[in-house]
Write a protein that binds this ligand. Structure first.
Ligand SMILES: [Zn+2]
Length: 393
């Protein structure tokens, strides 16, 4: 790749990011915020206007003189598709450049076999685009989020616990059917990226997203970047071993955090105590009705979870923790014990000033998260590098 193309992509990404975050904004302020020269900003914004990504707006404080021309994101000019993939269905969301969902759909998957999943998914995506009359040329790409260990750079799913895939080059398989760029990542990482680009993490350099529900997940933002390990595992927080004598986890190990605090395990414990419940919703209702066994189970789970979170705070010193996932529906019963354990077990006073936010997740949030895999390539410089890498392939 020519060095010139690389520089241009990086400059345009950082300009777009400033316009997305602070726009409408004057060219002079973009230059100040990005550190680029006014001439470079004029040149690159002209190209972005040509592409239709940004527009000029005549507004702002005039103070008698000529009203300054401001630049704003043309959020509706392009769209992005986000897909949250599970073993039984795919949730699709078409978003604009601000990650607002403009259309959604769900595709039931009859098989977990990668080729068949691709066929059904591609059909679903094509019909969603046809129904919304969005031409393929106006769709910047498709982001897919799924549970498991994902090599996001190469679009390969190394291990998926639910589909039982091993080393499936899913991005390439889907891309061949759709003729759109396809990006793949772990679903909790996609949520984390959404928080970084559009959510509570926009102004944060170090924060954690912890999900609880069917399993336990963790996304780490360190120094402004989503952390991924050498093999893309990032953070399999749910499988840190808490009690080697504990119950056998879905992963085959014993006493993982997930096997002690995730919803399916809490339901099993309640059932073992003779409480007649089937679903996580039933369990929350039982707690609300004052069932002492269920409340005790939540409380124990809250303390175990809090101890694990205290260890994370000790390791990462985050400014913010976002608790998310379907399991937050039990927050009234689990989180007080969790907070006590965080206080008790965090090293020194590192938990002081850590903001904790609880976000209830919807299918939309997962799908928007997946869309952010594509949006990142528009708005962040590390994303721009990844995009050029894919285009070169
Ligand atoms: Zn495990």
């Amino acid at each position: 790749m020519a060095k010139r193309d690389l520089l241009k992509a990086l400059n345009q990404s950082s300009i777009l990011n400033v316009i997305k975050t602070h726009g409408p904004i004057a060219r002079a302020d973009i230059a100040r915020t990005t550190g680029l020269s006014p001439a470079a900003v004029t040149l690159q914004t002209a190209e972005l206007i040509d592409l239709g990504l940004i527009i000029e707006k005549e507004e702002g404080d005039s103070r008698g003189g000529r009203r300054p021309i401001l630049l704003a994101l043309n959020a509706d000019s392009f769209h992005v598709l986000g897909v949250k993939l599970t073993e039984t269905e795919a949730i699709l969301a078409l978003t604009d450049l601000n990650a607002n969902v403009v259309a959604r759909d769900a595709v039931t998957l009859d098989s977990a076999q990668p080729d068949l999943v691709c066929d059904e998914l591609a059909q679903g995506i094509d019909s969603l685009l046809a129904a919304t009359q969005k031409p393929h040329q106006r769709v910047l790409g498709v982001g897919v989020g799924m549970a498991g260990i994902i090599d996001s750079l190469n679009g390969v799913c190394h291990i998926s616990p639910y589909q039982k895939w091993r080393d499936v080059p899913f991005a390439a398989l889907l891309q061949a059917r759709l003729h759109l760029n396809v990006y793949l990542d772990n679903d909790v990482n996609t949520l984390t990226r959404m928080e970084l680009l559009y959510g509570a993490g926009q102004s944060m350099h170090n924060f954690l997203v912890i999900t609880v529900g069917r399993g336990v997940g963790l996304g780490i933002v360190a120094n402004g970047q989503v952390y991924r390990g050498a093999r893309g595992a990032g953070a399999e927080f749910g499988h840190i071993v808490i009690d080697p004598e504990g119950p056998v986890c879905a992963c085959g190990n014993q006493g993982c955090l997930e096997a002690l605090v995730a919803e399916p395990w809490l339901i099993k414990q309640a059932q073992a105590c003779g409480v007649r419940i089937e679903t996580p919703e039933d369990m929350v209702k039982a707690a609300a009705a004052g069932n002492a066994e269920v409340r005790a189970i939540y409380e124990t789970a809250g303390s175990i979870f809090g101890r694990a979170v205290a260890n994370l705070i000790t390791l990462f010193n985050p400014a913010l923790i976002i608790l998310s996932g379907e399991g937050v529906r039990a927050s009234d019963y689990m989180f007080p014990a969790m907070q006590r354990a965080i206080r008790r077990y965090t090293f020194d006073d590192l938990d002081d000033g850590v903001q904790v936010r609880v976000d209830e997740l919807s299918d939309d949030s997962w799908a928007r998260g997946a869309a952010s895999l594509v949006l990142e390539r528009v708005f962040s410089t590390s994303g721009a590098l990844a995009r050029l890498d894919v285009e070169r392939r």
